[in-house]
Design a protein around this ligand. Structure first.
Ligand SMILES: Cc1ncc(COP(=O)(O)O)c(C=O)c1O
Length: 437
């Protein structure tokens, strides 16, 4: 289990950020997302610390992992940048007062509206994802009357050892242009455009990566490519290496600490420096974009156990009051999770159960083989490492409300996302005139 100072067992119950989880469940109801502010800040500081010796760098928090105003406030306070992949995420960053120059805008199919919003807002970098985006962005920037500073997303063809759905640098990928001739031609086209300023390269090889040799290879491959561009007279100021640093979900994964992330990116920067001198290029401004590792382990989800059903000789189902509408990751990728009975947290783990949700889908599971203590109807169940890609992927499937989220710190708790009501669920429903007759 990935327990720590701010996620521990106290008086026989699970405690996060100095708050008793059973009390949190009582106060706010379940399902409930809980975010440990201290851990979020520790990981952010670790990344900054790890890159400090490199000197020219930014850590851009990847919004897609978890996007809400409170988090953007922390991003701002800790001196991070942020990336966005939609007009909605961009809007939220601006509501939170993030400096537009500290925003990297992604998307393999940014709509013209989103491109216009990015240019109007003056985001620091728009990442061109494909050849046909170049003309479109140039035209839009011209109409807005502002130049757009761009990176190009390059697929370095470096395979990361992770789930196929989160690998992004295979040849068969919807993202980016292939390193080499295709990317070079795209850059040459960008350089001919009146309203685009070419600033550098971006790559992102995948997510939930533990085998850092893939990052090392990606760094060297990108630097070699920069050297080949330099030889053709093309200057590259910025190298954005994306995100993808793994977290602990289950016993299959290594354990992480903020220090370990600092160490990982320090090594990455050292390798970059080595590669820079090997290929003889000018030191680029380095950007990394971690998402999951900043908020993933900081988040847990609390549930109330409802039905318990045992099928003799097959398995025991422990049903919780959440499911794929608030955590779709098992349904999407058969992701693994660790859980604890927060009400009996100091008791031994005596069984392996299927934790299932309340949606009308057989695949609506949190996990099928989760070790657990003796568990009774009404207990509070906590699932760990749900801070990333849970709330941000939640839906109203079966007209379930997306759960609220509270942030905890030093024994205090408060909402950062308020509960949805039944009225919220039908707020945007409409009846055409001819239904009203
Ligand atoms: C372009 C880009 N940057 C950063 C990230 C963040 O990755 P992670 O949350 O694994 O750190 C992603 C995730 O898909 C991404 O696509």
């Amino acid at each position: 289990m990935n327990l720590r100072d701010t996620l521990c067992i106290k008086d026989g119950r699970l405690n996060i950020g100095g708050c008793d989880c059973v009390e949190l469940a009582k106060k706010y109801g379940t399902p409930l997302y809980v975010l440990d502010e201290e851990y979020v800040r520790q990981v952010m500081r670790a990344y900054l610390e790890g890159l400090s010796d490199y000197g020219k760098y930014a850590v851009a928090y990847a919004s897609k992992a978890l996007s809400c105003l409170a988090l953007y406030n922390i991003v701002k306070e800790e001196g991070l940048w942020t990336d966005v992949v939609s007009g909605g995420e961009l809007y939220a960053t601006q509501k939170a007062g993030i400096d537009p120059k500290h925003i990297v805008m992604h998307g393999n199919n940014k709509t013209p509206k989103e491109m216009k919003e990015g240019v109007e807002t003056g985001v620091g970098h728009i990442v061109v994802d494909g050849i046909d985006e170049i003309d479109r962005l140039d035209k839009i920037a011209g109409e807005v009357g502002k130049k757009a500073t761009v990176l190009i997303r390059v697929n370095p063809l470096v395979e990361a050892h992770t789930h196929a759905a989160v690998q992004t640098a295979r040849p068969d990928s919807k993202f980016g242009v292939i390193i080499g001739e295709e990317a070079t031609n795209a850059i040459k086209t960008i350089l001919t455009k009146e309203n685009l300023i070419f600033d550098g390269l971006h790559c992102h090889i995948g997510s939930q990566i533990f085998d850092y040799s893939a990052f090392e290879l990606a760094v060297d491959t990108m630097v070699e490519f920069i050297a080949s561009l330099n030889k053709q007279g093309i200057k590259v100021n910025t190298l954005n290496m994306g995100g993808g640093f793994g977290i602990y979900y289950s016993g299959d994964d290594p354990l992480f600490t903020p220090m370990r992330y600092a160490h990982t990116v320090r090594n990455l920067a050292l390798l970059l420096e080595k590669s820079i001198s090997k290929h003889g290029i000018e030191k680029p401004f380095l950007i990394i974009e971690p998402g999951r590792s900043i908020v993933g382990e900081a988040g847990i989800t609390l549930y109330t156990v409802g039905t318990i059903k045992e099928i003799k000789g097959i398995r025991k189902y422990v049903a919780i009051d959440g499911g794929m509408f608030e955590n779709p990751r098992y349904a999407l990728y058969q992701s693994k999770y660790t859980a604890i009975n927060a009400s009996r947290a100091d008791k031994p783990f005596v069984q392996s159960v299927a934790v299932c949700g309340k949606c009308c889908e057989s695949g609506d599971m949190i996990g099928i083989d989760i070790p657990l203590q003796d568990t009774q109807v009404g207990d509070t169940l906590a699932v760990f490492s749900t801070g990333a890609y849970n709330y941000s992927m939640a839906s109203n499937y079966n007209m379930n409300a997306v759960p609220p989220m509270v942030i905890v710190k030093d024994g205090k708790s408060d909402y950062i996302v308020k509960p949805q009501t039944y009225d919220d669920l039908i707020r945007n429903n409409a009846l055409p005139e001819w239904f009203k007759g």
